[in-house]
Structure formats: C-alpha cells, structure tokens
Ligand binder design. Structure first.
Ligand code: ZN
Length: 251
C-alpha cells in the first residue's frame, strides 16, 4: 500500500514564531549595520582630510613652505583655498595652479548640518565642513602679511610650515561646519575657545569624535577631551554629535 502524501501549511503559531525570529535578528543586526555605516563615513572623512593636507603640503613645498589661508578686505576674512588649490577664476582674483579639484572631498559625509551636494567647492557656495585654525595671535606658524598684489590687498594670512614646531600636536584641518556664512568656499575656520552659531566651532560628528588632521600628516578621530588635552590648540568649544553646545574648561 502506498503511503498517502499529507500536504499541510504552516500553523499560525509556526508563522508567528518565524516572524518573531526575523524581527529579533533584525533588531540584533541593525545597530551593527548602523555602526558599520558610521565607521565607513568616519574613514571617508579621514581620507578626505588626509588628501587635503597632503595637497597643502605639496603646494607649500613649491611656495617657500607657505600656504595662504585667508585674506582680509573691507568685507571681512575670506578663504583663499579656491584660488590657491583649485585654480578657480573668480572676481578678478588670480587663479592658482590646480592641485585639488572641487568636489565632495571638501565635505564630511557624516554631518547632517552640512549640505551634501556634489558641487562643493564651486564658486559662490558657502558650504564647508572642514576648518583650519583661524587664530592669528597664539601660534607663530600663522602670520599675517601685507602684500602689494592688488588681487589680495590689503593682507593675507599664511601658514608657514617652517615655523610649525609641534607638527604631531598642531591641528591642520578638523570637522567644522559653515553654511550660509561668508561668501566663500571649501575650507572654514575654527577657533579653539569660541565660536557661535554653526561656524567656527569643532563638530564632534563621528560618535562624539572629530576627524582631525595634523601638520605631520597623520589623521585621527579624537574626543573633546583628547582635543583639549592632547593638541597644541587645547580646543574647548564644540558642538556634540547631537548638535548641542559643549564647552570644556581648560585643564
Ligand atoms: Zn567628518
């Protein structure tokens, strides 16, 4: 006698068990995926900053070890990056040689206060997410120079690489945000101990750490405490990962 084939579906209990297991696995995996995504963004951010500082070093090595960072006119301080690194023509200013093309390299992929666009670095966009030190008084490597070039009157601020005496502790670029602020592009500035609004403060965008490049070429993810205690700038003024103001006391 042939055995009778019995065809039966899943019971409701079995289906519920399967659905519960899938939900449980998803709940377990999601934080891991989230962490992997954040880690990938931090890696990309560090890579961006490494390339920017390598380009600055190349530029400076061809120009008496100097890298212009700002100039001042009646309207205030402006970033010189578009002219010196990308060679963009604008407003009658002299274009520099092209070292680094405008693009996403000038933006942190993790900062949602920063507008993620593909036209970063284009003239007229005020959308920057990396900053350089804007303080001209505390550090000898930053020097304001008056020059007679009408393109850059009345003064420019230059970084003098030969004067950098603690390259492994001196911040070169760091996660910062500047939107709708100034009319210029690519690189913002930060102040170690002040800064209001979104500009001029370090942003701890990567799990409460900021991607930071140094003058010796190394790049790290550093916490607020690290940035206060272990850098020459002794940074005390931040926005945390939730965009809340965070102020540390000096050690
Ligand atoms: Zn970043």
């Amino acid at each position: 006698m042939k055995p009778t084939a019995v065809k039966r579906g899943f019971t409701l209990i079995e289906l519920l068990a399967v659905v519960s297991i899938i939900a449980l696995l998803t709940a377990l995996l999601l934080p891991t995926l989230q962490r992997a995504r954040e880690a990938a963004k931090a890696t990309l951010c560090m890579s961006n900053q490494r390339q920017i500082t390598q380009t600055c070093t190349m530029y400076a090595n061809g120009h008496r070890r100097r890298m212009p960072v700002e100039y001042t006119d009646a309207g205030g301080r402006k970033s010189l990056f578009p002219w010196f690194l990308s060679g963009l023509k604008n407003a009658g200013k002299q274009p520099g040689p092209e070292y680094l093309a405008p693009g996403p390299i000038f933006g942190c992929p993790a900062n949602n206060r920063f507008k993620q666009t593909t036209d970063l670095g284009q003239w007229g966009r005020s959308n920057k997410s990396y900053g350089m030190a804007g303080d001209t008084t505390n550090f000898a490597y930053l020097k304001k120079t008056k020059i007679n070039d009408p393109a850059f009157l009345p003064a420019i601020v230059e970084q003098h690489l030969a004067r950098v005496d603690q390259p492994a502790r001196l911040v070169w670029t760091i996660d910062t945000v500047s939107m709708n602020y100034e009319g210029y592009i690519m690189i913002a500035r930060f102040y170690p101990d002040r800064g209001g609004g979104w500009g001029e403060r370090v942003h701890l965008t990567h799990s409460n750490r900021a991607a930071t490049s140094f003058f010796d070429g190394h790049v790290e993810l550093l916490s607020a405490q690290n940035l206060r205690d272990d850098t020459a700038h002794q940074i005390t003024c931040f926005f945390d990962v939730n965009h809340k103001s965070l102020l540390l006391d000096l050690p």
